[in-house]
Design a protein around this ligand. Sequence first.
Ligand code: RP5
Length: 166
Amino acid sequence: MSLEKKAIVGIIMGSKSDLPVMQDAIAILKKLEVPFEVSIVSAHRTPERMFHYAKSAGDRGLKVIIAGAGGAAHLPGMVASITHLPVIGVPVKSSNSIDGWDSVLSILQMPNGIPVATVALNAAKNAGILAAQILGTSSEDLAARILAYKDELRQAVEMNAQDVET
Ligand code: RP5
């Protein structure tokens, strides 16, 4: 996708081990035809790479950043402290986490002035949808694709209802 069109969503994660969770953001952005790029950027292990990524993101054409991390998940908040772009945080339940509360609270409890739009634990799909919705405010075509997706959700529920209801 990023080869065909210039990326407008940046998907970053603290480790390759976050990729299975973050794949859900990739999949929904592909479905909604939103161009994106994917990078591994660690707040703790590659702080200079993180700073450069966040500092250059707007100039490189990105409009929204989705940042996933687990444990002491400082990546979304640190990126939000550097860029003017909206940052959507995905708390990832890493293998040594305390049921994911470590990453949820690290991403959710931001100080005044530096918001991160935090989705539920491992909810990278919702992060992708939210990024598309932000971008859909300035693209009628994308807004139409989001509404079509919502219609798919409605139809699935109505089919299930027909199966169950008597
Ligand atoms: C965080 O530590 C990453 O975002 C990941 O969720 C977690 C574990 O990373 P690895 O030790 O698997 O590289 O920085």
